[in-house]
Design a protein around this ligand. Structure first.
Ligand code: HEM
Length: 186
């Protein structure tokens, strides 16, 4: 009888814990499945950084050719430079930071960027005067890159997970840009 009670208690604990986890995930808006989908596709993209970086920029310029002049490594050229370290660096930062944002969203329910990194991200994009519609352009280009990397394995759920994580990261950068702009104008 005590054994039966122990098992019963254990099952109830597992059930309640499961329900609570799901409740927390629903409230946070980012589930373990979404985190896995983002990580899974980042693992694939990691295998060919030069190709996917180039693809991200091909998509950015296809969607909004006018942003070309913003990038130091694009403004004086008519072709996308292959294996350009600055191009790769920006693309990888976008891929990797969105992936980290996904992990944080699942773990903590929010995206927290360390103080100095956030300040740097804010100042770089403020200096370049990046505006909201341009954040949307990079998001769309990122989604197309995920589609390219994952092929048939890419699902709406996977793309949505990237969109949600990107939006949170972009919101943190935009908030910092706003704060720095306000500090400059006083
Ligand atoms: C959440 C998304 C983004 C992240 C994580 C990010 C990250 C960064 C970082 C870390 C840098 C510093 C240079 C480097 O290390 O590569 C940078 C530079 C830059 N970013 Fe972003 N960025 C994002 C979105 C955007 C968007 C939406 C635009 C607009 C088109 C943009 C345009 C630029 C430009 C023009 C530079 C300077 C690049 C250069 O000329 O060398 N970024 N970004």
């Amino acid at each position: 009888m005590p054994y039966i009670l122990q098992y019963k208690t254990l099952y109830i604990c597992i059930y309640v814990n499961g329900r609570l986890t799901h409740k927390r995930e629903r409230e946070m808006g980012f589930s373990e499945k979404q985190e896995t989908l983002v990580k899974e596709s980042w693992e694939v993209m990691k295998e060919d950084i030069p190709a996917y970086s180039l693809y991200l920029y091909t998509m950015i310029l296809e969607i909004a050719p006018e942003v070309k002049g913003l990038f130091s490594f694009l403004k004086d050229t008519n072709e996308l430079p292959k294996n350009n370290p600055k191009l790769k660096s920006h693309a990888v930062k976008v891929f990797k930071m969105v992936c980290e944002a996904a992990i944080q969203l699942r773990e903590k329910g929010e995206v927290v960027i360390s103080g100095s990194t956030l300040k740097y991200l804010g100042s770089v994009h403020l200096q370049k005067q990046i505006v909201d519609p341009q954040f949307e352009v990079v998001k769309e280009a990122l989604i197309r890159t995920v589609e390219k990397a994952m092929g048939e394995k890419c699902s709406e759920e996977m793309k949505d997970a990237w969109r949600v994580a990107y939006d949170h990261l972009a919101a943190a950068i935009k908030a910092e840009m706003k704060q720095q702009a306000a500090a400059l104008s006083v």
